[in-house]
Design a protein around this ligand. Structure first.
Ligand SMILES: [Zn+2]
Length: 152
């Protein structure tokens, strides 16, 4: 949980980064010498459409991107006024994208912990690829719409 990735337990149940056994959850068994499965490091669906992906995966924090997007959009609407508003628009959009990237980086670990008893890591990774195929084009279209509307 603390490392937010799949780790190999040590003999006392703690993780290699010395987080206690209570901070390690879930259980994937592998043969001796077989490498443990790995979660994808970045969730593109969570990056592209955090409100939709988040709510669908029980991560309600994703819904907070709706007011953040509204705020970013209204800052973008003022971007042409002068140099200060242009800088503000760049800073706000960059911060919003950085926040989305942070959400997407943590998304797989948190989402997999909710379902680890029902789906294997491979099945989870596959379903997240389908999520990406659906969410990334919609996210790009949405971004294109905002840029087109605000720039022309
Ligand atoms: Zn750890």
């Amino acid at each position: 949980v603390a490392c937010d990735k799949l780790v190999e337990r040590r003999d006392d149940g703690s993780c290699p980064a010395s987080h206690p056994a209570e901070a390690v959850t879930g259980d994937v068994r592998v043969e001796a010498g077989e490498p443990g499965p790995r979660l994808p490091r970045f969730n593109w669906a969570a990056f592209a459409l955090p409100p939709v992906w988040g709510v669908a995966h029980g991560q309600w924090a994703g819904a907070f991107f709706l007011p953040i997007w509204l705020f970013a959009d209204s800052i973008l609407a003022t971007a042409r006024m002068n140099a200060v508003t242009r800088v503000a628009a760049v800073v706000v959009v960059a911060a919003t994208l950085a926040f989305q990237a942070y959400f997407a980086k943590r998304a797989n670990g948190i989402a997999w912990r909710r379902v680890w008893q029902q789906v294997s890591v491979e099945e989870f990774a596959r379903s997240q690829r389908y999520w990406a195929y659906a969410c990334v084009p919609v996210g790009l279209a949405l971004a294109g719409l905002v840029i087109g509307y605000r720039a022309f």
